[in-house]
Design a protein around this ligand. Structure first.
Ligand code: GLA
Length: 383
């Protein structure tokens, strides 16, 4: 049974009548371009097969009743006539509550509904479980209460605002755009300022390997928001709208005037933007060697300049790099401080690479890591 089938079966048990709408929204893996999105820069993510599913049905009585099958059918409920507040007991519902507040701010008149949510993206893995839930609920509630009003990009931006303004994680727009706009067999080169999206085909014969370190990201919103503030401060100091507008030479020229930590943070973003554009070109050219070099440099920059990796993640990446050799590469993916590592590997080397990592890496609780062989999937859709 697929996740969607299981969700529908559960919906009929918990709610009864069939849902009005069912939406799936994928998680994403970022191939390169980390912490560049909120600096108006470039990212290269791909939507993956792991996903969130949301099923909704209107209610006549103004009650909003949300059920999470992944949390033992936990319920979060309120009357839509009330002001929407966070639910400290059921924090998963805050992503949906956040989407509701943004839809209301956009003038959408919401009514009551039953909603069932389910997903298979490991939380805290850096694979965007929260963005996929926000995008799925945005599409579902938009579809229910404002049909045909928002396109996929607008839904992604509503989901992002929900996370920033309501949940309090000052994220960029990469995760939501990747989930909403993903394309099968393609990564997306996204200009996070103009929102131009260019699909780049994954070279045939190349597998996307995701290895979960088993270190859950945990309470990182603080670190994340701090990094973002540091980047914005450097941009202000340089009189730039965003670090996107700063070149490596410009940054080098003002190095003596900058706090050393601030300088390193900015250097990561400025060099990562350049690496992301170069990686999209290398991918289009099928140049796996160049891609591997860029991924290695990206990881080193996250480790040394942005300081968002952990020693165990550095070790995992190094093991992958050893096993992969020159044809492909590996780096941590996502916001950092734990989560997953992504690798691009020639398809016929996948087995050997996986065996190497299983023999050498252990999660904090002593287990072999979860290894997923992925490909790029289409973005969010009504089922
Ligand atoms: C998280 C955020 C994204 C992005 C990445 C880092 O996933 O939600 O907006 O900033 O971290 O690249």
């Amino acid at each position: 049974m697929t996740l969607a089938d299981r969700t529908l079966a559960r919906f009929s048990v918990l709610v009864g009548p069939a849902p009005d709408l069912v939406v799936r929204a994928p998680g994403r893996v970022n191939l390169i371009g980390e912490h560049t999105d909120y600096n108006d820069g470039f990212v290269l993510p791909a939507a993956i097969g792991l996903q969130s599913i949301v099923a909704v049905r209107r209610r006549p009585d103004g009650i909003v009743r949300m059920v999470a099958t992944d949390f033992g059918d936990a319920v979060s409920e309120f009357d839509v006539a009330q002001a929407i507040a966070r639910d400290a007991d059921q924090p998963w519902s805050d992503y949906i509550r956040g989407v509701m507040t943004i839809l209301q701010a956009e003038g959408v008149e919401l009514g009551g509904f039953d909603m069932l949510v389910a997903g298979d993206i490991p939380q805290g893995s850096g694979l965007s479980s929260s963005a996929s839930l926000s995008v799925a609920s945005g599409m579902a509630l938009g579809g229910l209460f404002a049909p045909d009003r928002f396109d996929a990009t607008q839904i992604a931006l509503i989901a992002q605002r929900a996370e920033c303004d309501f949940v309090g994680m000052r994220c960029g727009n990469m995760d939501q755009l990747a989930s909403a706009l993903g394309a099968a067999d393609h990564a997306l080169l996204i200009d996070c300022r103009s929102l131009a999206v260019q699909p780049v085909m994954l070279p045939p014969g190349v597998a996307v390997l995701i290895v979960h370190s088993g270190i859950s990201r945990g309470l990182v919103d603080g670190h994340y928001n701090e990094r973002r503030a540091q980047c914005e401060a450097v941009a202000r100091q340089l009189g730039a709208a965003a670090l996107r507008d700063v070149t490596e030479d410009q940054l080098a020229a003002v190095r003596a005037d900058l706090d050393p930590v601030a300088h390193r943070r900015a250097r990561h973003v400025v060099t990562e933007n350049a690496r992301t554009l170069a990686a999209a070109a290398a991918m289009a050219a099928g140049d796996l060697v160049k891609l591997g070099e860029l991924m290695a440099a990206s990881h080193a920059s996250m480790r040394d300049d942005f300081e968002i990796t952990l020693p165990a993640i550095d070790d995992l990446v190094a093991e992958l790099q050893t096993a992969i050799g020159l044809h492909g590469g590996a780096r941590m993916t996502g916001g950092g401080f734990g989560g997953a590592v992504v690798a691009l590997v020639e398809a016929d080397a996948v087995g050997a690479v996986a065996r190497h990592v299983e023999a050498r890496y252990r999660t904090p609780d002593g287990n072999k890591p979860l290894i997923m062989v992925e490909r790029a999937h289409a973005g969010a859709a009504f089922l």
